[in-house]
Structure formats: C-alpha cells, structure tokens
Design a protein around this ligand. Structure first.
Ligand code: SF4
Length: 652
C-alpha cells in the first residue's frame, strides 16, 4: 500500500487526446520525495536538451508535495515544473491554495502534460473520470473568470481550477497560472498556453492512506494550534503590514534605476490603510492552514483582486504612481494572468526606452504622457502582442532588448539568466546574497533566501536573545549569527554555508509541499517557524511510513538540488551565466565574487565551472546523471571531488 501519496500520475497527451493513469515507482519517492523532486526526475528522463521548450515534446508537470492532502497543516503547495522558453533552462514555480490537495484526493500525485491540443481545451479531472474538453468559449477570458465559468458549467463550487489568462494564450513570457488566491509565476503559463490548455479543473473526494494516522493526526492538531497561536512566527506578516517604508526605501521596483527613498511617510501610510480597509472584503488562507496571508479586494469598477505581499507595491512603484494605481493594475493583470514581479519591470523598461528616444511615437502611436496611462497602454500592447513593440515586449526584457535593438540592450540592466530579477538597488554587495542571486536555480531570490537573517541585529544582547529562541538553526548558524557585527560581511565559508542552508531548506519544502511562510522563508525573521529540518522528518515518517531522519531528508534535498543543476548544465548553463546584473549593488567586489563562486562550487562538490562532479553525483545515487554528463562530454568523470557537502550534523 502507498501512504501519503496516491502512487499514480495522470499522463495527458494533448496532441493525441490520450489520458492514462500510470502507477509510479515507490523507489522514486524514497529518492526524491514528491513535488519538485519527482517532477525534476521526470524532466531529466523525458526532456533531453534537444527538445525545444515550445515544442509539444516539452512537459508541463503539476506536482503535489508528498504531504499535500494529509492532515499536516500548511502542506498544500503545487509545484509546476517545465523547461522555459525564456532561457531554455529548467523553471519551476509553486503555488498555494487548494489545488495540490484536491489533486491527491482525486487519486493523483501529478499531472504530466505533453503535446499540444489543436484547439483551446481544458482538462476536467473528476476522481477517476478525466476528460479533455473544448474551451473555445473560454478564449480570451480572464483567469479568474475562467475558473468561475468552469465551476458554473460543471455545477460544483468545490472544484479547484488552475487557469491561464490572455497572456498565457498569447505565449507572453511573463504569463502566470492563476488558482484561487494564489498564482504560479516565473512564466510557466507560457508553456501551458503553448499547449493550448486554458485550464485544469479538479475535484477529488477519495481518501489518502496514512501510515500512522492516529499519531499524525495528534501531531498535526498540535501544529495547527501552534500556527494559529503564533502569527509572529508563521505566515506572511508582510501581507498584513501597513508600514512599507523598508520595502520602498530599499527596492527599486521599476527597471532598477532608482529607489523612491522618502516616498513613504505616515500620511501616505494612513491613506493606504484606509483605502485597503474600505475595499477589503476578507482575508483568506490556503488549504488546512489557520493563517490568512491573502486579502480579497474589490476596487470599485474592477475585478476582484487576491493580493499577496509582493504584489502590494510593484506596479505603483515601477510607474512612480500613487498606491491605488496598484489595485487598478492588478485587477487587470491577474485576469490576464501576468506575473507581478516581472511584468512591472517590462513595462518600466519600455517607458525607459521611450524616454531615451529608442522607442518613438512611430513605434507607440498615441502614447499617453502620464505614467499610469503609459502602463495601461503598454499592458494592452503586450498581452495582445500588438505590433512590433508589443510582440517584442511580450518576450520579456532580455529578448525584447535584442529584438528592438537600437541600443536597447543597454537598458537591459536587471535580468539574469534572461529572467527579470527582483530589483534590489543596495549599497555594498553582501557575500551570501551575491551567491544566492548568482547560483540560484529557482531564478527568484525569495525561493532561495530565508533561513538565515538578512542583516545582523546591532545589539549583541538582542542577538543573543534572538539566537536563544531560534529552534530551527543548527549551532553553526547560531554561532555565525552571534558573531556577525553590523556593517561587516560574513566570512566566505559562512556565506557559502548560509546559501547552502537557505536553498536546501527550500528544496525540502518544495518536495514536501509545506508552505515556505511556515518554514524555509520564515527563519530569517527569527523566532520559531513551525517547520524545520529537525521536525519535518517526523511528519514525513508518520505520513509515509518511510522512517526518514534529518540526514536523509537533507540528502534528498541535496539530490534534488543537484538534479536540477544537472538539467541546466545539460542545457548549457555554466559559470559565466552566474552573474547578477552589473548595477544590482553600487559597490561590487569582482575578485571576491569569483572567490565566493570558487568556494561555493567546491563546497557543493562541483567543478570550477559549476558542474556537479561524478563523485558528488554518485554519492547522491545520481549515477545515471553522471554517466550521461560523461557520455555528452560535459565532464570526464575524473574531476576532483574536493569537498564533502553539508550534513545536518554539520550545518543544518
Ligand atoms: S501560511 Fe499563509 S501562504 Fe502559507 S499556507 Fe498558510 S495561509 Fe497559505
């Protein structure tokens, strides 16, 4: 019997209209758990580098975490994995809400989609009954609107829907997949649109087997209470915060040219608070979680908005507009299905080009003179791929700059690995942040940082107090943090280990399905985040019956991390790609940055070019990966394996 997981994937070939329920190998669960881990394994096996991301052979995988649908609170993440047309590399994105647990209750751990439908379709999964349905009536509909129509036509409000908007249909690079109060960003909606799949609707009413139900239920009840009682350690407090001074002063949300230091003031905060309260009709959360990190807002005359912390300011800051502009934009961009991180940057990039005279009135006829008007104008151009400029901008900043030419490349100053990055504009480069930006495979700093605080608390006594309550941190990091004085850097070794710890905790969550706001992202704010490497193994063991300990869980995370790196290496990614944008920080330290990369690679057991060595891969039971890298001439197999990577005893 399989526990916690269903033991079945749904394989859907959209070209042939073929649907199969396929039993999976339990050995793979032991090695990669679920969620991102097992999805990455499928992509390695079935999408070789010769496959173009926009070909029917590329896969789009919706993968529930191993604990999704079990009683474990906050285990509800769905991982979407694919190969991205933006940079020809592995891309994964997570979304919360209710979809993953519903999928498990319908009897599937994953939906593996291949092919391309001849017309727009949607997939309807109703327990064992699965069908591909015509979606021509949904063409051009908003993502949320699509979900409403599907629920109505299937006459069941409990159906969970993940859908794309017009941006996905038109293969816009920033296209998201929207679900309930959550969304899957980083452009995975492009591949869904390319497959001509408008939506997936799922309804599941089956039970999941649990290895030790009584023990798990008791433990989960305690955890539920803990999460409920401790908002200071759990959930997205930024979503609830009214004071945005720190974010406004420290980030340049637009195209990373400047910060709006001093923009935030008490008067603005009061106005913002009053406006939000007047249009908010409820706070809500995700499946089996007592927190409420999302607010549903109804700005007069606009679509309902589900707002998360990161989309609170992005459009307003990028457009240098007032804060309510954000609501007006989001009500449209969520329906279009557009990522709230990268889209504002693409819009700001176009405005910059216009102001520099690179784009002219001929390119943008009737271009408004005000910033808000310009953003709306450009948004429509992009989602409809209207004209040469709309079509170019729909490819994202990196490709648009090259298509437009005329010197536009100079204005591509905030992309990395061809993705728009969260635009920091800080002073001196911080060693661990440099490394996270440079080497992070998840292409989004919020999916890499998290377990270790961003800055030291100035007062040593306060630091000591912080460390005392820091259950999640192993001694190495407690000591490292205690010794970290303001305005100093972490040691090179410390920075490398912090990056390793931060990122591996995300790899843990992304295979387990636990929300990062209850685990890998929350540790940086101190206190006692509910989940960490020391207690997650108990939940996993009781749910799956696998009897896993912290070291084994850490090894699974390391395996998944190396597998993802190998997918990208096989697609050509190398050290030279691991460069944050030039002006990300005012003061750079080029020699030190190279040293940091050297030491990080060594620590990971990779070559000096960032490629996993045979020694490290074999140690992680990834022999089939090392063999293929050798067969393809990417490594010889004789590279020195210099460093033993982290273990939980040592650093986690
Ligand atoms: S902590 Fe917030 S984002 Fe995370 S599962 Fe709970 S409600 Fe969702």
């Amino acid at each position: 019997m399989r526990y916690a997981e269903t033991g079945y994937n749904l394989e859907v070939d959209l070209t042939r209209g073929n649907i199969e329920k396929v039993q999976t190998d339990p050995k793979l669960t032991k090695l990669y758990l679920g969620g991102q881990g097992t999805a990455a394994k499928i992509l390695w096996d079935r999408v070789p580098p010769e496959v173009d991301p926009l070909s029917p052979e590329n896969l789009l995988i919706f993968s529930a975490g191993i604990l999704d649908g079990t009683p474990v609170p906050g285990a509800n993440r769905t991982n979407v994995s694919t190969i991205s047309p933006q940079n020809n590399l592995y891309k994964d994105s997570l979304f919360g809400g209710f979809f993953g647990p519903e999928l498990k209750h319908a009897g599937y751990d994953k939906i593996v989609l291949k092919g391309r439908a001849s017309n727009l379709v949607y997939l309807w999964i109703n327990n064992d009954k699965v069908e591909i349905r015509d979606a021509s009536h949904l063409q051009g509909k908003g993502a949320g609107e699509t979900a409403d129509i599907i629920k109505e036509e299937l006459d069941d409000l409990d159906i969970q829907v993940a859908a794309i908007g017009l941006a996905g249909e038109n293969r816009v690079a920033m296209a998201s997949i929207e679900h309930s109060n959550a969304s899957s960003s980083r452009g995975v909606g492009v591949v869904m649109g390319d497959k001509r799949l408008k939506a997936i609707a799922v309804r599941g009413t089956k039970d999941l087997n649990i290895a030790k139900p009584a023990e798990l239920f008791e433990k989960s009840l305690d955890m539920f209470q803990y999460i409920y009682d401790h908002p200071e350690y759990c959930g997205d407090f930024m979503a609830h915060e009214d004071d945005e001074e720190w974010h406004v002063d420290n980030f340049a949300w637009g195209n990373a040219r400047e910060r709006r230091k001093g923009f935030w003031n008490k008067e603005r905060e009061e106005r913002w608070k009053a406006l939000s309260e007047s249009i908010r009709y409820r706070w809500n959360g995700c499946y089996n979680c007592p927190r409420d990190c999302h607010q549903a807002l109804q700005y007069p005359g606009h679509h309902t908005i589900f707002q998360k912390c990161y989309s609170k300011l992005t459009y307003a800051m990028a457009a240098y507009e007032e804060l309510d502009f954000n609501y007006k934009m989001i009500s449209r961009t969520q329906q279009y299905g557009l990522d709230g991180y990268s889209t504002p940057q693409v819009l700001a990039f176009a405005v910059e080009l216009y102001e520099a005279g690179i784009l002219t009135d001929e390119d943008l006829p009737d271009f408004p003179s005000d910033s808000a008007g310009r953003f709306f104008y450009l948004l429509e151009k992009i989602v409809h791929r209207d004209g040469f400029v709309g079509d170019a901008l729909a490819e994202g900043v990196y490709h648009a700059a090259r298509k437009i030419g005329r010197g536009a490349e100079e204005y591509d100053h905030n992309t990395m690995k061809k993705n728009e990055q969260v635009p920091v504009k800080l002073g001196r480069v911080a060693y661990h942040y440099f490394l996270m930006y440079a080497t992070g495979e998840k292409m989004n700093i919020t999916q890499i940082e998290g377990s270790f605080p961003q800055i030291p608390i100035p007062d040593k006594e306060a630091r000591e107090k912080f460390v005392q309550g820091w259950d999640a941190a192993p001694d190495y990091f407690k000591n490292l943090y205690l010794e970290w004085e303001p305005r100093t850097q972490l040691s090179v070794d410390g920075a490398v280990r912090v990056v390793d710890w931060n990122e591996l905790m995300h790899y843990v969550d992304d295979s387990v399905g636990t929300c990062a706001f209850l685990s890998s992202f929350r540790g940086q704010f101190g206190g006692r985040p509910p989940y960490h490497i020391h207690n997650l193994p108990v939940f996993i063991s009781q749910a799956t019956g696998m009897d896993i300990d912290a070291d084994q869980l850490w090894e699974i995370a390391a395996r998944n991390r190396n597998l993802v790196r190998a997918i990208n290496v096989r697609r050509g990614m190398r050290r030279e790609d691991e460069r944050p944008p030039e002006d990300h920080w005012k003061k750079r330290e080029p020699e030190m940055e190279q040293k940091l990369l050297d030491e990080y690679y060594k620590f990971k057991g990779w070559t000096n070019d960032g490629i996993p060595t045979k020694g490290r891969l074999d140690e992680l039971d990834l022999d089939y990966v090392s063999q293929e890298l050798i067969d393809r001439g990417i490594i010889t197999g004789n590279e020195e394996y210099l460093s033993q990577s982290s273990s939980t005893e040592e650093t986690a």
